[in-house]
Design a protein around this ligand. Structure first.
Ligand code: ADP
Ligand code: F6P
Length: 354
């Protein structure tokens, strides 16, 4: 089995609150096993150009309560090229980095699997507010992002109530409606519009007209950004026209990505960080740390990426080569389970909202 002397840790892609808790856990867990830890700054960009510095026990003190990532993040197109990849491998060899923990989303995992295949063992930790990694029940940052939306929408609702207005609020999540739907339920929104579920504008207009007739003064409609950037502002104009309720539009954008991580994100990030180190030191590679029903489990990165493609309807025939029929069936089951979870939440929202 590989004996590790020095590992690297990086955060890549969109940052997410809770990433710092994972950095702290990885660092402290590895150091407690006598293994050195190198902080790789600016994601794969830092790995390519050697922006790498040792992390000691105290370097990760007082970070777990901060949003963002102390290692900074980057989107690094060069890393997708063979030349960029070779530069990164050369950096690892030069500095004696013999394993990497990569925290990020599916793009980050694609990079990690490429590195693993070229002899640098990597373990991925899902860090993205979008919660769009199908193999895990949740990702680092998702819980904080939902709570931030709840806080922002509660504020909007206060002023909607005073002025008898509607507010259409667009939130991040890329093409995943998880943040939108859960925060819509938690804020008592009139409706949520997400790419995964059917939406009928006329029904919404009618619902607002009916609720207004019952005396309701505030209306909140939360829209996932995956509907397209014109969708939410246009919907605001249409609601006003169709219902006579003055309607404002707000795009929360990156507000949702910052801020103090919640307890749940900190705890998952800490458990995932520790598990990633244990897996690496046990000689494992090319795995994502996931949580399922409250338990930490590991999924092969290639499996996780293929499951994501299947779930997002982007699967190609060659993607499933190398997987057994049972594997593919299990992927279909997980994908259906995720869709059913969303569909159930959607029904709940529509049943209890006015
Ligand atoms: P996320 O990890 O949040 O999905 P990105 O999709 O931007 O964010 O990916 C983060 C980084 O991962 C990219 O900037 C790039 O450096 C690396 N990456 C993405 N896709 C690939 C790929 N196919 N091969 C190698 N590296 C990749
Ligand atoms: O993946 C996280 C995320 O915040 C998405 O919700 C959003 O679509 C995207 O990143 C925004 O990316 P950027 O920070 O590059 O504008």
């Amino acid at each position: 089995m590989h004996t590790f002397r020095k590992i690297g840790i990086l955060t890549s892609g969109g940052d997410a609150p809770g990433m710092n808790a994972a950095i702290r856990a990885v660092t402290r867990a590895a150091l407690s096993d006598g293994v050195e830890v190198m902080g790789i700054y600016r994601g794969y960009s830092g790995l390519i150009d050697g922006d790498i510095h040792p992390l000691g026990l105290r370097d990760v003190s007082n970070i777990l309560n901060h949003g963002g990532t102390m290692l900074y993040s980057d989107r690094c197109p060069e890393f997708k090229t063979e030349e960029g990849m070779q530069k990164a491998i050369a950096t690892c060899k030069k500095l004696g980095i013999d394993g990497i923990v990569a925290i990020g989303g599916d793009g980050t995992f694609r990079g990690a699997t490429d590195l693993s295949r070229r002899g640098i063992p990597c373990i991925g930790i899902p860090g993205t507010i979008d919660n769009d990694i199908t193999s895990t029940d949740e990702t680092i940052g998702f819980d904080t992002a939902m709570n931030t939306v709840v806080e922002m929408v509660d504020r909007l609702r206060d002023t909607c109530e005073s002025h008898a207005r509607c507010n259409v609020v667009e939130v991040m999540g890329r093409n995943a409606g998880d943040i939108t739907l859960q925060s819509a339920i938690a804020t008592g929104a009139t409706a949520a519009v997400i790419p995964e579920c059917p939406f009928d504008k006329e029904q919404l207009f009618e619902k607002i007209r009916r609720s207004k007739a019952l005396g309701k003064r505030n209306f909140i409609v939360i829209v996932c950004e995956g509907m397209g950037s014109d969708f939410a502002p246009e919907l605001a104009t249409e609601i006003e026209k169709a219902t006579g309720v003055e309607t404002k539009f707000a795009r929360l954008a990156h507000v949702v990505r910052g801020g103090i991580p919640t307890l749940r994100d900190r705890v998952f990030a800490t458990k995932a960080g520790e598990a990633a180190v244990d897996a690496l030191f046990a000689g494992k590679s090319n795995l994502v740390v996931c949580t399922r029903n409250g338990k930490i489990v590991f999924t092969d990165i290639q499996y996780a990426l293929t499951l994501d493609n299947l779930h997002k309807g982007k699967i190609k025939a060659e993607d499933i080569q190398g997987f057994s029929q049972e594997d593919v069936k299990e992927m279909q089951r997980i994908s259906k389970m995720r869709m059913d979870e969303l569909a159930d939440l959607y029904l709940t929202l529509n049943r209890v909202s006015l």
